[in-house]
Design a protein around this ligand. Structure first.
Ligand SMILES: C[S@@+](CC[C@H](N)C(=O)[O-])C[C@H]1O[C@@H](n2cnc3c(N)ncnc32)[C@H](O)[C@@H]1O
Length: 281
């Protein structure tokens, strides 16, 4: 489990655990989380929220969303007291839905081994940025692969061991996502929320996200992200059932990439769920 929302721990302990996780990754979040763990005002505010709305990632993103930048401990305390209704409104309305296009670089070698063309289904797709494998370019420690959108970001990854690196991106004839709360890449406000979810101090993540959103907006065929309810994805009746234009083509094998980042092959063209976790989300 990601640090910061362990239901077996109290709120202050969760923020201390999150401060540990942020060490070396995000100095701003490390010190903010450590200060929340000792701040009666912020802890009192968090205690008034449902347990799944108390997590550090969500609180800090909401503060950045409202304040336009990462607050210092005093700024966060002020927001949690004088702006508590506004802050609670954002926390109750939003979810942590970090969409990290760089995950495509770790999955591409596996996808490229499969017969083509591909149809992709992603469970937990957020804004669908990890469905755009063929648009991005890749750099595996000097082994470069050019994607179909020359302006898309170059995703870098350092292979270890005998990774079967492809020479080109796979042909993808169909792609769809499923999510509890699909995010719309054409909606500036939803994309601003996505960028607030990126931790401050994590190198070029924010720029990569912005470039991937621009890529999605330029994409010739739009990707449908279907809304679903928790635990209600029927392998016999996926959301596109009955819609000829939205169904995967019969010529393509269907694969389910990340939730958030695992890959599973499906021969029956039905939705697949394959949960696993990697980057924080
Ligand atoms: C951390 S984001 C990962 C997004 C993307 N897969 C990636 O790797 O960049 C997890 C997404 O899964 C969605 N999600 C969580 N539980 C789900 C469920 N039971 N069914 C469908 N989507 C779910 C969330 O709404 C969120 O958008």
């Amino acid at each position: 489990m990601e640090h910061g929302h362990d239901p077996g721990l109290g709120v202050a302990e969760n923020y201390l655990a999150f401060a540990e996780e942020a060490r070396g990754r995000s100095p701003a979040y490390e010190s903010l989380a450590a200060s929340v763990a000792q701040d009666g005002v912020v802890l009192g505010f968090l205690g008034s929220l449902p347990p799944d709305k108390r997590q550090p990632n969500l609180l800090f993103a909401a503060a950045r969303y409202l304040l336009g930048g990462t607050p210092d401990p005093g700024g966060l305390r002020d927001l949690a007291s004088r702006g508590r209704d506004e802050l609670a409104g954002v926390l109750l309305a939003r979810r942590t839905q970090t969409n990290e296009p760089a995950r495509c670089a770790t999955l591409l070698p596996a996808l490229a081994l499969l017969p083509r063309p591909l149809a992709l289904i992603e469970v937990g797709a957020s804004a669908g940025l990890t469905l755009l494998f063929d648009r991005y370019s890749y750099d595996y420690a000097g082994h470069r692969i050019t994607g179909s959108d020359p302006a898309a970001p170059v995703l870098r990854s350092e292979p270890h061991g005998p990774v079967p690196l492809p020479d080109r991106v796979p042909e993808i004839t169909w792609r769809a996502g499923l999510d509890l709360n699909p995010l719309d890449v054409s909606d500036d406000d939803e994309m601003r929320w996505l960028s607030c979810l990126v931790w401050p101090g994590e190198g070029d993540r924010e720029q990569r996200l912005a470039a991937a959103v621009a890529t999605a907006r330029r994409s010739p065929r739009s990707t449908t992200i279907w809304p679903v309810s928790p635990n209600v994805i029927s392998p016999t009746a996926p959301p596109w059932t009955g819609s000829t234009s939205s169904s995967p083509p019969a010529s393509a094998d269907t694969f389910s990439p990340p939730w958030p980042s695992s890959t599973a092959r499906r021969q029956d063209r039905s939705a697949a769920v394959s949960p696993s976790a990697s980057m924080s989300g």
